[in-house]
Design a protein. Sequence first.
Length: 359
Amino acid sequence: MRAVLAHADCRTCAAACDAAERRACREAVVDIVLLHHDAVDGVLPAVIDDIRTAFARHQLPLNLRCHDPHASHGMPAATVPADLEQGLSHLLRRRAADVEEAPHERRRADHEFAVETFERAVYGRNLVNPSVRTLFRPQESYSGDVFLVRQAADGSIMALLADLTGHGLAAAFFAVPLAEIFHNMVARSYPAETILRALNERLCALLPTGVYVGLQFVEIERDLATVRAANCAMQSIWMVSADGVVSALDSHSIAAGIDVAGFRGDALHPLRCAPGTRILLASDGLVEAENRLGEAFGATRLRAVIERAGRDGQPLVDAVVRELDGFLSGSELHDDLSVVEISCDAALIGDCGAFVAEA
């Protein structure tokens, strides 16, 4: 047997009934274990069980000399050299596959941990409410679109949709400080204007030249009678009244992260609101989505969908998804896509007594 294995360029060590030999084998880097089923006075089955436990994935059972051809202890026995050669080849291939797969498994585990940590850091403090409905279709594991929503101590709701330049990890890197500033300042009841100025100043300090962040921001007062909004270099913010009337707030400021003095996002616009009003926020990835013919989804098509859904009383996100999927007809997105619908109703505000400022 040693000669056969030496011919296959294998180094060997034996583990019979001697405990020291078995311990030495267990401490070695083992690729293949050849189990020779030759039961002697009932001792060897215990040894086999010991080795099975230690090297479960590397075993090749043999029966080169067997007093009882059925005494294979629950394992099929190889009885001819061809079986041995085939078994060795199979185990060596499996060992090579394991070695090749190990780095991929580690990278996959690291990637999953990073994504989980990122999502917890960015979205872990978001308000979860049935009146806030979302659609997120990131192009990669990390999205350059960030949606943040939180209820202040006075019961008002503040929501922010940010569209960072590019997509993937490079864009998402800046989402963490964005979320930290937003949640910390809303929890401490800072005015919306102060929050937007702080976001812009921080992004101006962090972002390299040519990288910026489009923002859509809304503040919904507790009485649902007043909404104030800011649109910084993004597509329109849409509002649909309870009776289906559609209005829009177009961009009125440069994007955040470009210039402190030129930023006008802190000049919020008051918008008419009432219970039953719905607000739609969307990243540029929606209107810029292209079908197989290279046609863009476009703002005109989006408005038509919103108006139709408003008349019919349909959920806006559902209507947009149906129209978008039919338009794309299987085409891939080339940018992150996010759509958010906020219903201004009693469920959105809830029991504001449960929301207190953080220390």
